[in-house]
Design a protein around this ligand. Sequence first.
Ligand SMILES: NC(=O)c1ccc[n+]([C@@H]2O[C@H](COP(=O)([O-])OP(=O)(O)OC[C@H]3O[C@@H](n4cnc5c(N)ncnc54)[C@H](O)[C@@H]3O)[C@@H](O)[C@H]2O)c1
Ligand SMILES: [Zn+2]
Ligand SMILES: [Zn+2]
Length: 350
Amino acid sequence: MGKMKAVVKATAEPGAVLQNMDIPEPGPKEVLVKVKATAICGTDVHIYEWNEWAQKAVRALPQVMGHEFSGEVVKTGSGVESLFPGDRVSGETHAPCGKCYQCKNGEQHICANMILFGVHCNGCFAQYAILPEICARRIPEEIPWEFGAMMEPLGTSVRAAQEVVCSGSNVAVIGCGPIGLGVVTALKTMGAYRIIVTDVSEDRLAIAKELGATSILNPMNCDVVSAVMEITDGVGVDSFIDASGNVKAISDGFKFLRKGGRVALIGLPSRPLEIDLVSEVIFKEAKIVGIHGRKMFETWTVMENLMAGDLLDLKPIVTHVLPLEQYGKGFELLKQGKACKVILDPWLEE
Ligand SMILES: NC(=O)c1ccc[n+]([C@@H]2O[C@H](COP(=O)([O-])OP(=O)(O)OC[C@H]3O[C@@H](n4cnc5c(N)ncnc54)[C@H](O)[C@@H]3O)[C@@H](O)[C@H]2O)c1
Ligand SMILES: [Zn+2]
Ligand SMILES: [Zn+2]
């Protein structure tokens, strides 16, 4: 058995360590993937900092960090029939039980007993990773490794864009992190008319503009609600997608949503949101949908087709590609708001 480099959350305190460990063996219905690219997500930052959420979510330490990745299948465990060594795959992080009500009724992406890859078990900030067969999604040659590593977060963006039915309509995107920016490029491709984006970071607003946003608004220096109403001739947007998780920004969204409009919520607010249901939902006939991950696997199919057809602009979202050893730098850049998507390459020499 060979050895591999891995970024490990070793102890219940902030930070992580780079370790040399045994390459794991795939068990029944599992595959061993040689990780070609892996991406740092906000969830990883929470685990790295070991905040309250992470302390509750992570079940056991030490644990290999990371959940967004692409790579090549190198070995399959017993009973694996759909994948073979050499297959290019991207990781789906929602590992379904296959037995619960949701799993049996076409909603395995929100399985009641879901195991989250890289949160509840070892992840992919390593040279190799073990994935359940069902979560290793084969991807076409046209998708480069670094974009393959972004498909997990991008899938929530693509799905949100699909949910609001955007062709020819006015859509607002709240928050321009990797998720919101993925929404912007998806909306552009799907034919949205106006794409109004908000963020408090000018750097991120600039990326949104590059991806095709038609109006960029910074709540630090304008009243977002009146600005959106003005842009939409007093009507309000046909839909908004929240990718900020900011309570004030979401409640503003319900104010600038037009009557009969649609809402897709992706961002995770850290506290409950107060909303006037009568005026902002019921009389408005707002249609609200929560998004948790990607439909398995309808969203993947659409996303793959869009990516293979070069219909999504992902390059501007990737601000850094670093060797795995520089994970600490990646986390610091993200914490300081100096990066958007940071990709770690486990095979790049320092
Ligand atoms: N539902 C899901 O399946 C799912 C999946 C992945 C991420 N998420 C959540 O989606 C959200 C976005 O993820 P991300 O990785 O892009 O995170 P991120 O933190 O990089 O992006 C959030 C963005 O919102 C901006 N923001 C903060 N306050 C704002 C305000 N008042 N108005 C407008 N923008 C504001 C931030 O500047 C930042 O650019 C997070 O809350 C994350 O936890 C949900
Ligand atoms: Zn993620
Ligand atoms: Zn289930």
